[in-house]
Structures are given as structure tokens and as C-alpha cells.
Design a protein around this ligand. Structure first.
Ligand code: RAM
Length: 928
């Protein structure tokens, strides 16, 4: 199955050699084309191209490139760039190179290749890659929205809404020899597509969720292999997803319903004789709601009755006489756009570790890992026997599933057997967050082999690895990895299990940045930025949840600030400036709206809703602290963030050519800074407000503190952590976003290390010691009230992952030479650690940093990808102490000593593998 939109992920391998060197190098092109499809045809599509020069040679730098884009493979092989031939362009750019050929048309197939010149010679042409344009004009769409615009007797639209899946079918005839066939489809909330009985694609839960009244994502598939001459059958199953959401209707602020499921589908067939046929969804399609999926909703689960299977319904010559004629449905209103973010898929399958009997026909299965996805089951038994699966994150002391923290989500799947031998099943339209599954009514004795946990999330490549000599840190890293993949669901949700699962902005404000070290989340978060833009009101308000499936327009600086911080992350980590360019005006509007509504004449921003959410409370049962000495003044948070965003906007303005705005943001910042310090700073004690860690930390991190006072303010943080909190964390969602990096920056990497490796309360390690395999919502997740107590939330990670990769590993992108074009490698060589091995697959290729301490010496192996450079900080008393591959650094190939700085030799290197050693008593080693 070939997916037409290889736009986002086309990975190719090609062999070639650098001409002046005999050595063979491999080039990987990673084609990342952004072809946003605007049905109104306003957008000029400009795909962007990435490639990697995958060479281990030292100091490889691209000096020029040539891209050819052709309308056929044949032309491409003849170097005939009928769409674009860039010619040889002198440039070191190898990521996000913008297409500059003839305007691309709807349905256009494009084949491309690239050749590069480097300082060490030229490469061969890469192996061809391809992409296909979507439907660019509204007039390209001939299809009509269809579905069944009603509930049936077995459905219910009450509080625990039940709606069966809708099955739609159509037989068509392909009269001649088929050259190419493409399907464009959007099935809302969720769909599965079949042709002649074959499922099209390996995606699940498509399309990506959006506010369907603003944006509708469609998917395109090349179905040439599935379509046969003569009669063919197209079948589509529709699930509820986030479209039919009556389930939440009892809470008006939590209910954004779009109506009954519906579908838009267009099959375009090109025949060898040059003629075309379009098959579009219309009133001639047939449908039934009386199939095997009896109900499906994300929170309560899926019920499947195999006795009701519609054998052959998605194949030709099925008798659908008893089926209904479809209803023509209204468009949900949104613009149709091609889905540019990756599909969700089954990304891993894990085996359960144990199965225990609870009572006569009840068992509990343990996956050994809190995860999100579903349970796949093999079962054999009598027709009509029903197996009930109920999901939970943990067990009660008596061994029963603990479900109190799931609130009113029923999280229960039911499978009713058809009774004809081995039956294999997993749900289609729901996922669960679980480690344990209660199994009731399984015929016979369930065995481990009968089950698998399928881990479902967006198809994002894992890009990071980190291992240290401290096992707690390693386990926390692993828990974070599982927590993040559990909560990617076409959008970043807060939790995968209870009756919430919402894309809360505050949880990712900094989290997205940390996650980018572990997952290639570029296209994922670029899509989310579009969701945020869609959610903005005409006045400028940005909600706390987007897509706004819950209406939480509370007006904060902190949660909606993700619009700026996540766009900033995409630029810094991937070099992707498009979200900043695209949303600059919306960000500016939001800040003006907040100022207009919530800023006092004294320049204090007064509005905040959540405070430093989830600080460790004074009593173990509490969710939120009531103690005014633990919480931070909401006005301090709001004003500090407003100031920070003035700073960010100055950068964004200059990046996007809005230079005329810079002075305004700068002048505003000056006024806010003065007002902030006047209101919150106590010069006599160098404390901000009530002296919480967060109150002192934000002004430091945002440069609100006078340089002369910084150290004193910082010492208040140290005092608080070390003395008052016995070396423990006391921050919530906000403070934790800056804590680890700023402790390190101020020379106290030892305290950051202590916080990261603690196992006593409150700490990430405390979660680990108490059996967590993901990250909890609350520091006191094992004792707090179940009303808000998820065991799989990522918001308390703060900047921990950034610290792990940038500060422990020493892998950081330069702030201006972004996307890891220039890598800052300045590890915090924490003295309690004997080694750290870190790697990250950056847009330029793999970066590695492995350091190891033995006695007084340190060895540090580093890999820098081609066309990138790195600045290394090697602890040393003098340059004499540093060797590369046993040689003095002035004699080492490709190594340039720049200067000594605070006990480190600062060294510049280009691509390649290096192995440094340094011996001391040197100042920098083992201190921070
Ligand atoms: C809860 C969740 C979520 C958080 C909001 C404010 O619903 O903890 O993660 O962002 O509150």
C-alpha cells in the first residue's frame, strides 16, 4: 500500500561517493514537503525539502546543492526538471529548502532528487523520492457529505451516549485499464477504508482530530494496486471519535458536538487511454448502523458483537438490498486540508507479564507497563459468549483494579463471540490508558499468549536515547518516554485513561521541547499550532484546551503561552520557522487582547487561572495546596510570562520581517520590568513575592532581575531547596519548566542532579520507587484524592528532559544557528555520575555524546553529523590536558581550539567522530 502523501515521511537511501575521497558515503534524503492544501486554492503550495549527507568524514560541509523536481521518474532520470531545476546553488542549506519551481497543481505527481557539493567533493544524485499534491481547489471536490443522520433503536444519545458504527458501501465499475487510482477521504469522527475487502493503509483512528467547524483533515491513498478492472467495492466504517460527542453533553462547557458521523470520499481513476473517472460519495451509497460495532466511545469503550458481522459487506456482489439509502449531510463547516501530521498507528506490541485469577470467571492481566492503546485478544468459545475487558492503571491492595481515578469513564470493551474457532479481536475506534486489564467471561482459562498490548500513537520516529550511571534517572527517562507516547493522539492530550483526555496547552508549554529530543514531533506540533490558531476567538482569546473540544477560554498567560513557546521550539529544534511566520499575527493579537483586558495602568497582568498548578501539597491526600507559602502569586506568574513573551515576540518579529514591531515590544518590556520589580521584589532580602522557588526562578529565567542581584536571588532558591525542603522539589507545572536548567546555569548542577535522582517524596524517583512506569499527574499520586489523579500525565516533567539531553548529555542546538546546525556541547559533568551516553537524531543526522569519568580523567566521545558543527566545552586546566585520539588538540584533524573559559577548553569541531580525553584536577570536572 503506497500512501500518496509521502510528503512528510519519505526516507530513502542512496549510495554515492565523495569525489575527492575514495571512501564511500551514504546519503539519506529525508523529504519533508509541506504542501498545505487549501481548497479555496489561495495558498501557493511550496513543499520544503530536507536531505542528510551521511558521512563520517571530518569537517564535511555542504557548499552547494542542486534539486531537480520532475513530473515523471523517467524525466527525473534524464535530469529533466520540468517542474524545477534549481541549478547549482551555492548554499550550506540542507534542511527545509523551499520549492521554487513552477506552481504545483492539484494531483500533481512530483519526483525529486538532490545532489550536493561539499568541501571534500561532490556527491552523486540521491535516489529519487516522490510526493503527490492534494486537491488544491474547492472545485476539485465533487463529493458530498453522507452518513446516517439519526440514531437507531439500539443507540442512545444520553449521558453515556452509545452509537453504533456506521457502515457505508458502494460498488463501482472500472471500465478500462487503470493507470492510477487515488482516493481522497475524510470520515468523521474516525474511519476505516476498504477496497474489495482490503483495508487501505496501516493507520488507525484517522483522520487527525481538529475543530471540524474550522478545519477538516482528509487523507489521500494511492489505491492503484487494490482496484481491479470491472466491479469493485468501496467500504467505509465510521466511528464517533471527537465528532459525535454526546457523551460529554451533561457538562455544557465540556461539550463540543458536531452531529452524527459523516464522510466525504472521492475516488479518481486515470485510465491508460488518458480518460478519467471520478467516483464521489453521494446519495446513491448504501449504509447500515446494524453491524458488529455496537457502540464506540473513547471514554466508555467499544462493544463488538461478532455475530452481527456483515460478511462480505466491503466486497463486490454483496447483497445490500436491506441496507438504507444514505442521508446527505451538512458539511461540518471547516476547510478541507490534507493531513500533514503523521497517522496514528500501532507502534509496538507488548506481551503481558502475568495473569491472575480474581474470582470464578474473572482474571486480571498485567502488561508490566502503563501504556495507551488497546488489548488484542485471541479467543475460542461458544457463539454468544461475551468477554468483558475493563482497563485500569493500577490495582487496589486487594488485587482488584483501581478505577476510582478514571472518574465516570467506563473504559470497558465487550467482545461477543461468533463461535467459529479462533477469533482475534481488538477495538477499532477507542484506546485506553492501562497497565491492568480485568477479564471477565473468557471461555476457558486465559493464557498470556492469548493477549498483546498494542501501543497506539502518532507515527513519530524515536530520536533520542539516554543512559547514565544512575538507575533512577534512567528509569525516570524511560517513564517519560512511555508517558509521552501514551499521550500523543493526533494532538497532545493530558492523559489517556479518564473521562478527560484533552489537549491542555499548559502541559506542553515546555514539555514539547523536552519531547523533541525523544521523538521527531515537528509535523505533529506544527499541526497543533494550527489547532491553536483555529481556536482563537475573534477578539483574540486563546483557550487552555485546543482543539477546543472543551470550552476553556479562561484567559491565562501561562497555558495559552504554548502558542509562542511551542512555535519557538519548532524553530529551535527543527529550524522550522513556518509556524512562527504563519501565526505571528495571531500571537500578536492574543498579547494585545490580554493587555487590553487584564493589564492594570501600572503594567501588571492580573489574570491567571491555574497558578503554579500541582505543587507538592501540605498533606498527602490533597490535590491542590491551600498553603499560601507554597503557592505563587498568580499576578506574578501572569506578569512574568507577559514580559517573557515581549522578549520572544521581538525575536519572532525580527525572524519574520516585522521589524517595525520590535521597538513596541521592547518599550513594553521595559515598562513591565519596572512594574514587576516594583510590585514583587523585596530588595532587602532579594526575594520575590512570598519567596517560593517559582517566584524567584521566573524573574531569573526571564531576565527580570538586575544583574547585580541575580546571585542573591538565586541563593534564595538554593536555600529553599536545600534547607527548607531537604533537597526536594517544591514547584508545580510552571516552576518546574525552568528549574533544572537554571540551577545548572547558575552553577548548581549538583542540586539539579539531586532533584533528578531523589527517590524520597516529592520527586520523579519517588514515583518510580512506588511502582510508576509513567509519570504521575501529582507528586503525591499514590496518596491523593482520586478526583484528579492520573498516573500517566507528562506535565510535571517540566524541563527535566531538556536538562537530561542538553545539560547531562551535552546536546543542545545553538539558539541562532538552529536545528542543530551548530551544536553546543557543554555537559554538566555531575560528580556523582560516572558516565552519560546520549544521542539525538537531529535534522542533520545523529549526534552522539558519550562521556565517562575514570578517576581523575574523563573521556568524551562525540559524533557530529555532516554539514553541522559543534562547540565543545572540555573541562581542562589548560589545553595541554586535552587530547583527541591521543594527540594534542593542535595536532588533531578538524579540531580548533578557540579559548579557555571558566575551566574549560572551548573547542570547535566539524562533522565526524572524535574521542577526547582530559585529565585534571581541573576546575570544571565534577563540580557541576
Ligand atoms: C487538569 C489536568 C490538566 C491540566 C488542567 C489545568 O484537567 O491536570 O493536565 O492542564 O487540569
Amino acid at each position: 500500500m503506497k500512501r500518496v502523501y509521502k510528503i512528510v515521511f519519505a526516507f530513502l537511501l542512496a549510495c554515492c561517493s565523495i569525489a575527492t575521497k575514495a571512501s564511500e558515503v551514504i546519503i539519506t534524503e529525508n523529504l519533508k514537503c509541506e504542501t498545505l492544501v487549501n481548497p479555496k486554492g489561495i495558498d501557493v503550495t511550496s513543499p520544503r525539502f530536507n536531505w542528510q549527507i551521511n558521512s563520517l568524514a571530518r569537517g564535511v560541509k555542504q557548499t552547494a546543492y542542486q534539486i531537480i523536481v520532475a513530473s515523471s521518474l523517467d524525466k527525473l532520470s534524464r535530469e529533466e526538471g520540468d517542474l524545477w531545476n534549481s541549478g547549482r546553488l551555492a548554499s550550506d542549506r540542507s534542511i527545509l529548502v523551499v520549492y521554487a519551481g513552477t506552481p504545483l497543481q492539484s494531483r500533481q505527481q512530483c519526483f525529486w532528487k538532490v545532489k550536493t557539493w561539499t568541501n571534500l567533493g561532490e556527491t552523486d544524485w540521491s535516489t529519487p523520492a516522490s510526493f503527490t499534491m492534494g486537491l488544491l481547489q474547492a472545485s476539485d471536490w465533487k463529493a458530498k457529505w453522507i452518513g446516517l443522520d439519526r440514531a437507531f433503536s439500539w443507540d442512545s444519545v444520553s449521558k453515556f451516549a452509545r452509537l453504533s458504527a456506521r457502515y457505508l458501501r458502494k460498488e463501482i465499475s472500472a471500465s478500462k485499464d487503470i493507470k492510477r487510482a487515488t482516493i481522497y477521504v475524510s470520515g468523521l469522527g474516525l474511519y476505516e477504508l476498504y477496497i474489495n475487502g482490503d483495508k487501505i493503509g496501516d493507520q488507525v483512528l484517522a483522520p487527525g482530530p481538529t475543530d471540524y467547524s474550522k478545519t477538516i483533515l482528509y487523507n489521500a491513498f494511492d489505491v492503484t494496486p487494490q482496484l481491479k478492472g470491472g466491479k469493485n467495492a468501496i467500504g467505509v466504517v465510521l466511528g464517533n471519535g471527537r465528532f459525535f460527542t454526546m457523551r460529554q453533553a451533561y457538562k455544557p462547557q465540556k461539550w463540543h458536538d458536531f452531529g452524527f458521523p459523516r464522510m466525504l470520499l472521492q475516488l479518481e481513476i486515470e485510465y491508460n487511454d488518458g480518460t478519467k473517472q471520478i467516483v464521489a460519495s453521494d446519495e446513491s451509497w448504501k449504509a447500515t448502523a446494524d453491524g458488529p460495532i455496537r457502540t464506540n466511545n473513547e471514554y466508555d469503550g467499544e462493544e463488538y458483537d461478532a455475530r452481527k458481522e456483515l460478511n462480505g459487506w466491503n466486497k463486490k456482489e454483496f447483497n445490500d438490498a436491506a441496507w438504507l439509502q444514505v442521508d446527505l449531510m451538512k458539511t461540518p463547516g471547516g476547510m478541507l486540508k490534507a493531513q500533514m501530521n503523521p497517522f496514528m498507528k500501532v507502534m509496538e506490541s507488548i506481551k503481558p507479564v502475568s495473569i491472575k485469577k480474581l474470582s470464578s470467571n474473572r482474571y486480571v492481566l498485567d502488561m508490566g507497563q502503563n501504556m495507551a492503546g488497546w488489548l488484542k485478544m485471541n479467543v475460542k468459545g461458544e457463539k454468544g459468549a461475551a468477554v468483558t475487558l475493563r482497563f485500569a492503571e493500577s490495582l487496589q491492595p486487594n488485587g482488584e483494579p483501581y478505577v476510582a481515578n478514571l472518574r465516570d469513564a467506563k473504559v470497558t470493551d465487550v467482545y461477543t463471540l461468533k463461535g467459529d474457532g479462533k477469533e482475534t479481536w481488538n477495538p477499532t475506534f477507542v484506546t485506553h490508558g492501562f497497565r491492568y486489564v480485568e477479564i471477565t467471561g473468557y471461555p476457558g482459562k486465559p493464557k498470556l499468549d492469548d493477549f498483546a498490548g498494542e501501543v497506539v500513537y502518532d507515527d513519530l520516529q524515536t530520536t533520542g536515547s539516554l543512559e547514565t550511571s544512575n538507575s533512577v534517572i534512567n528509569q525516570v527517562h524511560k517513564n517519560a518516554y512511555w508517558g509521552i507516547r501514551s499521550n500523543y493522539k493526533g494532538m497532545p492530550v493530558d492523559c489517556p485513561q479518564r473521562n478527560e483526555r484533552q489537549p491542555w496547552l499548559g502541559d506542553r508549554t515546555m514539555g514539547a521541547y523536552g519531547e523533541s529530543f525523544l521523538f521527531d514531533n515537528n509535523a505533529f506540533y506544527a499541526k497543533w499550532m494550527n489547532d491553536l490558531a483555529d481556536a482563537q476567538t475573534a477578539e483574540g482569546s486563546i483557550p487552555d484546551v485546543a482543539p477546543s473540544f472543551w470550552f476553556y477560554y479562561k484567559d491565562n498567560m501561562t497555558w495559552p503561552g504554548a502558542f509562542l513557546t511551542v512555535s519557538d521550539m519548532l524553530y529551535r529544534q527543527y529550524g522550522n520557522k513556518a509556524p512562527i511566520e504563519k501565526h505571528y499575527a495571531a500571537m500578536k493579537k492574543w498579547l494585545a487582547y490580554m493587555k487590553g483586558k487584564y493589564m492594570t495602568p501600572e503594567y501588571i497582568v492580573t489574570k491567571d487561572s491555574y497558578g503554579d498548578w500541582c505543587v507538592p501539597p501540605e498533606s498527602p491526600k490533597l490535590i491542590h495546596s491551600q498553603d499560601s507559602m507554597r503557592n505563587t502569586d498568580p499576578q506574578l506568574l501572569a506578569t512574568a510570562y507577559y514580559y517573557y513573551f515581549m522578549d520572544v515576540m521581538q525575536r519572532f518579529a525580527s525572524l519574520t520581517g516585522h521589524d517595525e514591531d520590535i521597538a513596541g515590544f521592547a518599550a513594553e518590556a521595559v515598562k513591565v520590568k519596572a512594574a514587576f520589580n516594583k510590585k514583587f521584589y523585596h530588595p532587602s532580602t532579594a526575594q520575590y513575592s512570598n519567596n517560593t522557588v517559582t517566584a524567584n526562578l521566573l524573574p531569573l529565567a526571564f531576565h527580570l532581575v538586575a544583574t547585580s542581584d541575580s546571585e542573591k536571588v538565586f541563593q534564595n532558591i538554593v536555600q529553599k531547596i536545600q534547607v527548607q525542603n531537604g533537597g526536594h522539589i517544591s514547584t508545580g507545572v510552571i516552576g518546574t519548566q525552568w528549574l533544572m536548567r537554571w540551577l545548572t546555569l547558575f552553577g548548581r548542577g549538583d542540586i539539579a542532579y539531586k532533584l533528578a535522582s531523589n527517590t524520597t517524596y516529592p520527586s520523579w524517583g519517588y514515583m518510580v520507587k512506588n511502582g510508576a512506569t509513567t509519570i504521575w499527574e501529582l507528586w503525591n499520586g499514590n496518596t491523593a484524592d482520586p478526583a484528579m489523579n492520573s498516573q500517566n500525565h507528562v506535565m510535571l516533567l517540566g524541563d527535566l528532559l531538556i536538562w537530561m539531553y542538553e545539560d547531562l548529555g551535552g546536546i543542545q542546538s545553538d539558539a541562532t544557528d538552529v536545528g542543530f546546525k551548530k551544536i553546543i556541547m557543554k555537559p554538566s559533568f555531575v560528580k556523582e555520575l560516572t558516565f552519560v551516553n546520549a544521542s539525538h537524531d537531529s535534522p542533520y543526522g545523529k549526534i552522539e555524546s558519550n562521556w565517562k569519568r575514570e578517576g581523575n580523567s574523563l573521556s568524551w566521545n562525540v559524533t557530529v553529523p555532516a554539514n553541522a558543527t559543534a562547540l565543545l566545552y572540555v573541562p581542562a586546566g589548560s589545553t595541554d590536558a586535552v587530547k583527541e585520539d591521543g594527540k594534542r588538540i593542535d595536532a588533531a584533524q578538524g579540531v580548533k581550539f578557540l579559548r579557555m573559559e571558566n575551566g574549560s577548553a572551548v573547542i570547535q569541531i566539524g562533522s565526524g567522530r572524535y574521542s577526547f580525553t582530559t585529565s585534571s584536577g581541573t576546575a570544571g570536572m565534577g563540580v557541576n
